[in-house]
Design a protein around this ligand. Structure first.
Ligand code: NCD
Length: 307
């Protein structure tokens, strides 16, 4: 029984394996249509979600499995004071695999220790979000044709943005990846990511607050939302929320083959006018997330497609 709490729980070889499986699912969905027949996925979401929860659920249905779901902590026994550990033990009695999102950093790890089935971290507070990274890796690999030799700009809320933390962890394993960290001073990457991942792995990296300066250098621009729910006071959020807005005019300074990614939801940081630019990949990215979640569920349940 194995859980995925952090993207580093998966080896580089396993990541390539999941990407291969996801590509095969895209090509041959019929082969996988019954692979998880008789299995149940439980989605436990103590925080709002559209893409992550629904793509997990769609993924399980497309594998022939079924889903039981808790979409809101307030309607569960958590509101009566039940611990994450107890909830995880109980849900293990009803499901073969659990995907869990929680506002507290470390909650998924606590659940995994108590559960008797695999637990997938679907986001724990401002900490990490490994399955978003799986979506991101498939997007970069399909749209750029490689995961090495890339200059990646990460822009927006690098402090609280868990998708960024997990993506940096993943990219530290590939060759010749250069990071351009674009954020206001107050929303810079936390030290535990900067020192323990970027510095420790000797990654090439620059920090700036200037998106226009960074843009022409980038192969990938990863925009993020300012994470309102993690701020201690609303005034800071209001001051910082519109720090970066990507517009068609700014896209004019980017490479013709740069791709724009965003884990979504976007609030204001990408103008809707950018959506028609062929370099805008964020909607495809959300679709790719479903295939990578299928690949991950298959792997954790040791389920096999038809030959
Ligand atoms: C992200 C998240 O929940 O961290 N959304 C997602 O899962 N696609 C990004 C965000 O909420 O800004």
């Amino acid at each position: 029984m194995r859980s995925v709490i952090d993207i580093t729980d998966l080896s580089k070889e396993e990541l390539y394996g999941l990407i291969d499986t996801a590509n095969d699912i895209i090509e041959n969905p019929g082969k996988y249509a019954h692979a998880c027949a008789g299995k149940k996925l439980a989605t436990l979401f103590f925080e709002p979600s559209t893409r992550t929860r629904m793509s997990f659920e769609a993924a399980m249905y497309e594998l022939g499995g079924s889903v039981i779901s808790m979409t809101d902590g307030a309607s569960s026994s958590a509101s009566k004071g039940e611990s994450v550990s107890d909830t995880a033990k109980i849900v293990s009695c009803y499901a073969d695999i659990i995907a869990m999102r929680h506002p507290k950093e470390g909650a998924a790890l606590v659940a995994a220790k108590a559960a008797t089935v695999p637990v997938i971290n679907a986001g724990d507070g401002g900490h990490c979000h490994p399955t978003q990274t799986l979506a991101d890796l498939l997007t970069i690999s399909r749209e750029k044709g490689r995961l090495d030799d890339l200059t990646i700009g990460l822009c927006g809320d690098l402090k609280f943005g868990r998708t960024v933390h997990s993506l940096i962890n993943a990219m530290s394993r590939y060759e010749n990846v250069r990071l351009v960290l674009i954020s206001p001073e107050e929303l810079r990457l936390p030290d535990y990511v900067y020192n323990d991942v970027i510095v420790k792995n000797g990654m090439k990296c620059v920090q700036t607050s200037d998106l226009s300066w960074a843009l022409p250098q980038l192969d990938v621009l990863y925009m993020t939302r300012v994470q309102r729910e993690r701020f201690f006071n609303e005034e800071d959020y209001l001051r910082l929320k519109d720090s970066y807005i990507l517009t068609p005019e700014k896209m004019g300074h980017a490479k013709p083959d740069m791709i724009v990614m965003h884990p979504l939801p976007r609030v204001n940081e990408i103008s809707v006018k950018v959506d028609d630019d062929p370099r805008a990949c964020y909607f495809k990215q959300a679709l790719y997330g479903k295939y990578m979640r299928e690949a991950l569920i298959l792997s954790l349940l040791s389920a096999n497609p038809e030959k």
